[in-house]
Write a protein that binds this ligand. Sequence first.
Ligand SMILES: Nc1nc2c(ncn2[C@@H]2O[C@H](COP(=O)(O)OP(=O)(O)OP(=O)(O)O)[C@@H](O)[C@H]2O)c(=O)[nH]1
Ligand SMILES: [Zn+2]
Length: 350
Amino acid sequence: MNNLSLYGWNDNLFQLKQNSAYKHLFHGRVSAVNKTNYEVIAEHGVLLCELSGNVLYGRSSFELPCTGDWIIFQPFDDNKGIIVDILPRKHTLYRRKSGTVSERQAIASHIDKAFIVQSLDANFSVRRMERFMFQVLEENIQPILILTKSDLEFNRHQVNESLKHIDRQIPVFFTSILSPETILPIRKFVSQGESIVLVGSSGVGKSSLINALCERTVFLTSEISKSSGKGRHTSTRREMVLMDDSGILIDTPGVREFGLASDNAEALADMLDVSAFAESCRFKNCMHIDEPGCAVVEAVNSGILEPEVYNSYLKLRKESWHFSTSEYEKRKRAKSFARISDEAKRIKKR
Ligand SMILES: Nc1nc2c(ncn2[C@@H]2O[C@H](COP(=O)(O)OP(=O)(O)OP(=O)(O)O)[C@@H](O)[C@H]2O)c(=O)[nH]1
Ligand SMILES: [Zn+2]
């Protein structure tokens, strides 16, 4: 028997379930997405589920279940089920689907906190962190920066300096799997029933961190999985584990690149601490790019705003603009399709 409240089940979700036509059936949480089925944690065990045609019908791929989703299923056989409904999502981490300009992909849903994991070797990149952070904040998920491998040589002063424009908005932890005392504060930072997603490049130590947080080996680290010859296989699975007396950890091993899937200029300016300059800019609708007299550009020129931070703002701004513009184009196209089909119906009636 699983106590689903440990997996985040709560009154809110119960209320959401009451709105479903399938409220009399069982519910569970998607713990892994495989190619042809979904692993679901339910009260009476772990099931492998498929989607009913009803759920599939009319949904875009980003609306299909992702890890962390709460679903309703009809059980059959011993450990199998059919997913008949998905409870409305909250706090979902999306990214741009790789190889597309404006398609979204859901990574994990019903998430409270995101551990943005980077290692203190060559992997450390404030710019990449900002990209993750922006996407996470967009869904009101709390970002937490975890800098791993602190046993290796690194310049702590330099690291802190490069984070100073965002360190009020994101807690930063330095960890090493060789020093348990660096792991403990993170575990204390999470409360029971909270869902945490881990994001970061391959090899930064996400699996090692999860093992350390759980004080047991729940995930194979890449060394082990490589020697078993199944490295590729393990890296495409997403998985969910419980920390004792604490929250739920969700790994995202397959997520190598992370394109923005949102657009919010104000939130971006806030995050990067350029909003004070943006507000004092006298131009309405200023893009703060090359408009003469722009307060943001002036702040860069006079050395108050760091060029790297400003560049990051420009880069992310441009990327999210690209994302939303083509979203809009697509909506426009969808509308004209609807119009054409309405017209076709009218013609048929005559
Ligand atoms: N020195 C040091 N090495 C570490 C630390 N944490 C992890 N490593 C090593 O870094 C390598 C990668 O660790 P993993 O935990 O597999 O990294 P991952 O982020 O899960 O990688 P993927 O599964 O590919 O996404 C392994 O060789 C670990 O032993 C640390 O704190 N210090
Ligand atoms: Zn401006």
